[in-house]
Design a protein around this ligand. Structure first.
Ligand code: ACO
Length: 333
């Protein structure tokens, strides 16, 4: 048994070192849904911003897709699977009820020394994982933590219900969190919940289909994500203008737009990745981060604001530095 490490005076500052994403090959366009449901491309795009989503085939595993996203994050960071101390996977749709996804994903990666755990906080799950990863690194209990959001929402969607069938997709995204340069690091998070509204968004254990009172969820999503972002900025002493890029949970482009407008964030600093993925619950934020990195919207040292809201209701907001590994030389006076 290894002795617990004692936090030293110079606590490691966690940062996001790398990002990876994986989407299933099977593409489901709005046109395909229009062919079998009473809906239209115009309605879906105008009300949600969604143009396409991906679904796993019945024979495919979410674990394999998730391992691809994690391998991408390790590769992007230039680290090996053997260096991973913990693998935290946020999901509401593991391949089996038990075991969770994490052991199978770790085995596929060859992360033989990793602690492995699944967590469930619906759409906010990835941010809970990121907070826990930051705490593990700051305390000295871990050096590298893979945090992943992975969902196969197509497996709990009623594909005959036009009100929900158009909204959900599958995918996996991951980040490697590790020690960075002293600086902002991964700041204090804000978390909240409202169990009184649990019946507006849920799936039962036996009837495994997402049920949603869309308009109620919409209103609360905008209000809670706006408040939580304002709180997390205030708590960390950061202004809206100091944040380089914002990722809100990708449920609906109108929700993201309303939150950005309420906060006063220009839309060019905001992710609208929902267009290409639909709502992927816990996977939505890391998928959006990977897309932003691919599109050159993030740079080493960028400060990223993130906020999520979903079933529970459970919400979370946080700030993270992006690939902030280079200590700036002290200026001589
Ligand atoms: N195509 C055409 N018409 C439709 C469709 C469709 N796919 N779906 C619903 N409609 C109709 C409705 O039947 C209704 O018709 P009616 O006026 O004749 O009764 C009309 O469109 C308006 O329906 P609303 O539900 O009021 O539509 P709204 O503009 O609210 O959009 C939506 C619905 C997209 C679901 C929106 O409410 C929303 O995005 N809600 C929040 C989703 C969310 O944030 N989820 C959180 C996370 S999910 C998770 O945790 C896994």
């Amino acid at each position: 048994m290894t002795a617990p490490t004692t936090p030293s005076a110079a606590r490691p500052t966690p940062t996001i070192l790398g990002v990876g994403a994986a989407l299933p090959a099977q593409l489901i366009t709005n046109a395909q849904l229009v062919a079998r449901l009473d809906t239209s491309d115009e309605w879906i795009v105008r009300r949600t911003g969604i143009r396409e989503r991906r679904h796993l085939e019945a024979a495919e595993s979410l674990a394999a897709l998730t391992a691809t996203a994690c391998a991408g994050a390790l590769d992007d960071a230039g680290h090996q699977a053997a260096e991973v101390d913990h693998l935290i996977i946020a999901t509401i749709t593991p391949d089996r009820l038990t075991p969770g996804l994490a052991p199978a994903v770790a085995a596929r990666l060859g992360a033989e020394h990793a602690g492995v755990v699944d967590i469930n906080a619906a759409c906010a799950g990835f941010l809970y994982g990121l907070d826990q990863a930051a705490a593990l690194i700051e305390s000295g209990r871990a050096r590298h933590v893979l945090v992943c959001g992975a969902e196969a929402l197509s497996r709990i969607t009623d594909h005959e219900d036009r009100a929900t069938a158009v909204l959900f997709g599958d995918g996996a995204g991951a980040v490697l969190v590790g020690p960075g340069a002293p600086g902002r690091g991964i700041g204090a998070f804000e978390f909240g919940y409202d169990d009184g509204l649990a019946d507006t968004l849920y799936a039962e254990r036996d009837v495994r289909r997402l049920q949603m009172a869309g308009q109620q969820v919409y209103r609360h999503a905008v209000a809670r994500m706006t408040e939580a972002t304002q709180q997390v900025l205030a708590r960390n002493g950061v202004s809206v203008a100091e944040v380089d890029y914002f990722v809100a949970h990708q449920a609906n482009a109108r929700i993201v737009s309303a939150v950005a407008d309420a906060l006063g964030v220009p839309h060019e600093k905001v992710s609208f990745n929902v267009e290409w993925t639909a709502n992927t619950s816990a996977a939505s934020i890391p998928l959006a981060l990977a897309a932003a990195e691919r599109d050159g919207l993030l740079a080493p040292g960028s400060l990223v604001g993130m906020v999520a809201f979903g079933a529970g209701f459970v919400w979370a907001a946080g700030l993270a530095s992006w690939k902030d590994t280079v200590t700036q030389p002290q200026r001589s006076t």
